[in-house]
Design a protein around this ligand. Structure first.
Ligand SMILES: *Cc1c(COP(=O)(O)O)cnc(C)c1O
Length: 224
């Protein structure tokens, strides 16, 4: 399989304003190296351990995205290098990110993960939880957790209308946040939505960052 050709195919299918995060989870570092040599810099992993391993092994110019669920006690391992944390889903986690950012004297970029799907198992804030947090003192006293936008995952289904509605909902939440809370924050600009199966719909509905794994790297063996 020619993963460079796959990468270029996806790139040709998306407009210039959409950033592509190549999701390399479960795949070996030499595959990442091959795409890096072809000029790609943004890669996503969903486990802290794998993220650290690949960070250590690969060129430091690579921008590492943590796309999976992050446990509060693991923030310290990635704080010095992570480029963007996509899955921030609690004030507790944001506070940990802020604290580790302060220790490293480095702003840590993050996205607020919103629960837009019907699936019980998906992580993310409800709108009520989010509003509550935005008005809390803890939230407003942070200075190292740098919120750049929102992230969400649609329901795993063949029904593209359901998926489309969920993406529309996430875009609406982003627009409302931008207007109501982050209007003067110019880097609050990211809508991370869309994966291999649904990135075209996501882009039609306003995504400007997609996270694509299997369409580039091929199918994954199931993770535990
Ligand atoms: C695995 C994963 C992806 C990529 O999924 P593909 O279907 O392989 O493109 C995107 N986002 C998250 C959060 C993931 O865990």
């Amino acid at each position: 399989m020619d993963i460079v050709a796959n990468l270029n195919k996806v790139k040709h299918e998306i407009p210039d304003h959409v950033q592509l995060v190549a999701v390399s989870k479960t795949k070996p570092a030499d595959m990442v190296q091959a795409l890096y040599e072809a000029g790609h810099l943004d890669f996503g992993e969903n486990r802290v351990q794998d993220l650290i391993g690949k960070y250590e092994a690969l060129p430091k110019e690579i921008r590492w995205h943590l796309i999976g669920h992050l446990q509060t006690n693991k923030v310290k391992y990635i704080a010095r290098f992570v480029h963007l944390v996509h899955g921030v889903d609690s004030m507790k986690l944001l506070a940990a990110i802020d604290k580790e950012g302060r220790k490293n004297n480095r702003k840590i970029n993050c996205l607020l993960q919103m629960n837009i799907s019907k699936e019980e198992t998906k992580f993310g804030f409800s709108e009520d939880e989010l509003m509550q947090m935005l008005h809390s003192e803890d939230f407003n006293s942070m200075s190292f957790a740098n919120i750049q936008g929102v992230m969400g995952m649609a329901t795993f289904t063949d029904d593209s209308e359901t998926v489309r509605k969920e993406f529309q909902n996430l875009k609406r939440i982003f627009d409302e946040l931008k207007k109501g809370h982050f209007e003067s924050k110019t880097d609050f600009s990211i809508v991370s939505m869309g994966m291999s199966a649904d990135f075209k719909v996501a882009i039609e509905e306003g995504s400007n960052m997609i996270r694509v794994g299997s369409s580039i790297f091929g199918p994954r063996i199931l993770q535990k």
